[in-house]
Design a protein around this ligand. Structure first.
Ligand code: PGA
Length: 257
């Protein structure tokens, strides 16, 4: 049985004070809940606040932090970049890689996404690799092909052992921040396809333990339905993760499933 994961991608929102308050509210909200039923909860604030948020959460098995991006280089003269070693030193355990906003607004290529994945894995950080099709690609019935290509270019040739910390987030671009979420049937269909693709390339055991999250307009009203799908192992939450009570409701939706 795969453990559910609920991750909050705070994007470029909240200042230091607000990040600490939000993290503390979420931490306190989890306290009364039965530990053995909690999903793994991950908070992804902006780089400057990773350390403070990690400190606010303290040493806690059920809740941890993630960066939203990382440099594909390990260190050196790369003004403005943040390395995996820096990220790890803040206490973060995960890094979101290849988010559609990074692909489209910051022109991240498949090549740089693959490099980021590699440096993350070498640093023993768990990559949350985001994949998903655009609206026109789905309309043209190319969504499976597009997602397969994203998987292959990021993970092709890498062994299941090297990829053991990998987390996938299926985020259809048309669902991100739009209020239009994928239907449970659409999410299940694609996520079963993703798992099947990994079964073919990395083996059955790897694919059965791989966490595959859904992201895109997930909220307290639709989380339970989405998380109940067989191949949906939790969610990557944007907008609804910025409010402690909404995010806690989504976490509760991942319990008892
Ligand atoms: P959203 O964002 O929940 O606001 O749609 C999800 C994401 O971008 O990860």
């Amino acid at each position: 049985m795969r453990k559910k994961i609920v991750a909050g991608n705070w994007k470029m929102n909240k200042n230091l004070h607000e990040c600490i308050l939000l993290a503390d509210d979420i931490r306190a909200g989890l306290e009364p809940l039965p530990k053995n039923q909690l999903p793994t909860v991950i908070l992804a604030p902006a780089f400057p606040f990773l350390y403070a948020v990690s400190q606010t959460l303290g040493v806690n098995q059920s809740i941890t932090t993630s960066a939203q991006n990382c440099s594909s280089e390990k260190s050196g003269a790369y003004t403005g970049e943040v390395s995996v070693d820096m990220i790890r030193s803040t206490g973060a355990k995960y890094v979101i890689i290849g988010h559609s906003e990074r692909r489209s607004l910051f022109l991240e290529t498949e090549d740089s996404i693959r490099k980021k994945l590699m440096v993350c894995l070498e640093a023993e950080l768990a990559p949350i690799l985001c994949i998903g099709e655009k609206s026109e690609e789905r309309k043209e019935a190319r969504h499976f092909e597009v997602v397969k290509k994203q998987i292959d270019s990021a993970t092709g040739n890498l062994s299941p052992e090297i990829l053991s910390k990998l987390v996938i987030a299926y985020e259809p671009v048309w669902a991100i921040g739009t209020g239009v979420h994928a239907s449970p049937a659409q999410a299940q269909e694609m996520q079963a396809f993703i798992r099947q693709s990994f079964a073919q390339s990395k083996g059955m055991e790897f694919s059965q333990t791989l966490p595959i999250l859904y992201g895109g307009s997930c909220n307290p009203g639709n989380a339970k339905e989405l998380f109940s799908c067989k191949d949906v192992d939790g969610g990557l939450i944007g907008g609804a993760s910025l409010n402690a009570s909404d995010f806690l409701s989504i976490i509760k939706a991942a319990m008892d499933l």
